[in-house]
Design a protein around this ligand. Structure first.
Ligand code: ADP
Ligand code: MG
Ligand code: MG
Ligand code: MG
Length: 685
């Protein structure tokens, strides 16, 4: 979430006339960044996580676990506390930051300063996350607990699910059947976003998740909790006119998706080219990590037949008109837009030889032709111009009257307005105005895990994988259409075990760089801005820390080039992708991480802790441990009060949340979810 302005937001009718103004100045602002910083080089690896929480308020008498709507007070308190700690220590760097989020029951935390590539920083991630959670927990009310659950199971279900309770009939921004206005962060940005998405679309958003049909689920399932006949808001008839599907869980408001929590990671790259290379490499990784972190099987009081939040959050901000969605004939000069603003990446952007954009950018990704031409005329290359011109097909959703006119040489607000409301699996982040920060890549698909041990494990796995990709110069490209197919598969129930995923067969750039030579070779010695090798301070030529600035060698003479693109990839199980495929040269992503670790000089005790993290990922991969989604689903289905009718009752929800809290605090074993010994090895701070 970017900075929040205090100001006067424009309604949708007032916003529309400024759309081109924001886009034009947004591009001017981008071009100023480009001119100043396109040749910036040599930034070290800095990286950080974002963890999102929902605060639950327990009512043990009523056996209810509700969402606490005290975000404003909680954030003010945490701000005062963290300011105090910073003053006492005389150092703001080590003090975590808490941020507002869309849901009025949500918090986000980030480390006080980004982690560096030092191994001790890698090992501090878990304690940093625990520290943040402990801080939040300490300053909540006695009956309130911060949870890292991706979706709250009874958001929008009948009865009381917030503290305090509000009537869902007051839903001024969303016109939802289920969520009251007060579910949303009261800062003007959020209700305005909600209302303007609805107005631009010309209807309420409509999300239908397939219901998990259990032995006593009534069929066909016509949801009795939908007020089918309500006539309070003009959009009320939409549900019965087809927006709500039978045998599905229908959701009609932004809060259902933006009220979800996730785990995001941001990496600073050496320069713009390394950032683009990393961005592309992580695109095919995104659906795999979505499947491995799946944690959200319960929605609006029902069990869904999917395990992930992605389609909900994608649908909940889908502001496309019927025309843009291809449901009505297009008017002159308009184009169909295949995806929501919140969706998977549609374009690879690296100019490195491995990217063959004509082959891999194989889906419809419309761009604004005038913006594209303007970027090209300014000297921006074709791929990046397309990327930006693709993001800029969207309208700005929130404009504050006070910030319409800006100095484009120093501000990036208009650029960020469009950029930050394109919520894709990866985000390519240019350096912000007036800061020392470099070109960055944000990895956004993962669902947040129930414990910080798991969140740290997935964060560490991804940062190590990102270095392995750059170090071994791996080629992970597959056509974007196949990545999208993987996104769809990743969300299905028990995808890790039940699905296969498209993946590239040969990941090494050439035959001679394949596994046998990998473990000992150092293909990616660091280079300085002038192309000289940087001396690495380590034992046996091993490096001491994770770093940036990997060379991008030209295409080797013996490059592995398949006859056709279709020969380059195949469907693999998650286990094959992660652990390697027998009979091939592909060692698997986890083993590539191990091979990369071999190139580092790491103390045995530190290595053992890293291996604990990788071991969690491996056990999730091969099914020895369940995903959070499977564990949650099973908890509900084996609860004595569950009636096998797909319903998650107030009491079952309460007991689930008690169990999750106990697992998080180490008071309850969950041998199907977590390795037995993890807690002993990573003590609470
Ligand atoms: P957003 O919500 O816009 O994605 P946040 O500010 O919430 O961004 O989180 C950004 C993350 O990036 C934090 O974890 C922060 O520690 C990290 N970070 C800060 N500076 C850098 C940097 N120079 N390079 C990489 N990551 C950084
Ligand atoms: Mg966030
Ligand atoms: Mg953030
Ligand atoms: Mg983020």
């Amino acid at each position: 979430m970017g900075l929040l302005y205090l100001g006067t937001p424009l309604t949708w009718d007032e916003t529309k006339p400024y759309a081109d103004h924001v886009r034009t100045h947004g591009i001017t602002q981008f071009l100023h960044i480009w001119d100043r910083l396109k040749d910036r080089h040599g930034d070290e690896l800095l990286w950080g996580d974002e963890v999102e929480y929902m605060v639950a308020a327990f009512d043990d008498q009523d056996k209810n676990a509700k969402l606490s709507l005290r975000q404003t007070e909680i954030l003010a308190k945490l701000q005062a506390i963290t300011d105090d700690i910073a003053d006492t220590r005389g150092d703001s760097q080590s003090v975590p930051t808490f941020h507002p989020e869309y849901g009025r029951f949500m918090l986000e935390s980030t480390p006080g300063a980004p982690y560096t590539g030092e191994i001790r920083d890698l090992l501090s991630v878990e304690s940093d996350m625990r520290h943040r959670r402990a801080l939040a927990r300490k300053h909540l009310k006695d009956n309130e607990i911060p949870f890292t659950m991706t979706s709250y199971p009874r958001l929008g279900a009948p009865g009381v699910f917030t503290e305090p309770h509000y009537d869902p009939e007051d839903a001024e921004s969303s016109h939802s059947f289920f969520l009251p206005e007060e579910i949303t962060n009261p800062h003007a940005r959020f209700p305005t976003l909600t209302a303007n998405i609805r107005r631009r679309r010309g209807a309420k958003v409509a999300i239908n998740l397939p219901l998990f049909i259990d032995s006593r689920t009534p069929r066909p399932f016509v949801d009795p909790t939908i007020p089918w006949q309500r006539t309070l808001y003009p959009e009320d008839p939409e549900a019965k006119q087809g927006a709500a599907l039978i045998d599905h869980i229908y959701m009609d408001a932004m809060g259902f998706g933006m009220g979800c929590s996730c785990l995001q990671l941001t990496f600073q790259a050496c320069n713009i080219n390394e950032a683009r290379r990393l961005y592309d490499a992580l695109i095919p990784i995104a659906p795999l990590m979505l499947a491995l972190t799946a944690a959200s099987p319960l929605w609006r009081g029902y069990i869904a037949n999917v395990d992930c939040r992605w389609d909900v959050i994608s649908g909940c901000v889908d502001d496309r008109t019927e025309e843009e969605r291809g449901l009505k004939p297009l008017k002159e000069g308009r184009f169909k837009i295949p995806k929501s603003r919140y969706d998977s990446v549609s374009l690879y952007i690296s100019e490195y030889w491995m990217n063959r954009p004509k082959d891999y950018n194989d889906i419809d990704a419309p761009h604004d032709p005038a913006i594209f031409d303007r970027l090209r005329e300014h000297g921006v290359d074709e791929l990046l111009s397309r990327h930006i011109a693709h993001l800029f097909i969207r309208d700005p959703l929130v404009i504050f009257s006070e910030t319409i006119h800006q100095d484009d040489t120093v501000s990036t607000d208009h650029f960020e307005n469009i950029q930050s409301t394109n919520w894709q699996t990866l985000r390519f982040k240019p350096p912000p105005a007036g800061s020392s920060i470099g070109w960055r890549v944000e990895f956004r698909p993962m669902e947040v895990q129930l414990t910080d041990f798991e969140n740290a494990a997935f964060a560490c796995f991804i940062v190590l994988l990102s270095r392995a990709i750059l170090h071994f110069n791996l080629n992970l490209y597959i056509p974007i259409s196949k990545v999208d197919e993987n996104m769809a598969r990743a969300q299905t129930r028990d995808a890790v075990r039940a699905q296969r995923f498209y993946f590239r067969k040969e990941v090494f750039p050439s035959a001679s760089s394949a596994p046998s030579s990998c473990a000992s070779s150092t293909p990616g010695s660091p280079i300085s801005e002038h192309g000289n090798p940087i001396v690495v301070n380590g034992v046996n030529g091993k490096e001491k820390k994770l770093r940036n600035c990997f060379p991008l060698p030209p295409m080797p003479d013996d490059a592995v080039i398949a006859k056709t693109v279709a020969d380059e990839y195949e469907e693999m199980t998650m286990e094959e992708i992660m652990n390697g495929k027998t009979g091939t040269t592909f060692p698997g992503l986890l083993n590539l991480v191990y091979m990369y670790l071999d190139t580092l000089d790491i103390e045995p005790a530190a290595l053992a802790r890293i291996e604990d993290y990788l071991d969690l990922v491996r056990r999730r991969t091969d099914g020895r441990l369940q995903t959070a989604a499977s564990w949650i689903r099973e908890f509900v289905r084996s609860h004595p009060k569950y009636e096998f009718d797909s319903v998650v009752s107030k009491e079952v929800n309460h007991d689930l949340m008690v169990a999750i809290d106990e697992i998080e605090r180490g008071l309850r074993d969950a041998p199907d979810l977590l390795p037995a010994n993890h807690r002993a090895k990573s003590p609470k701070v």
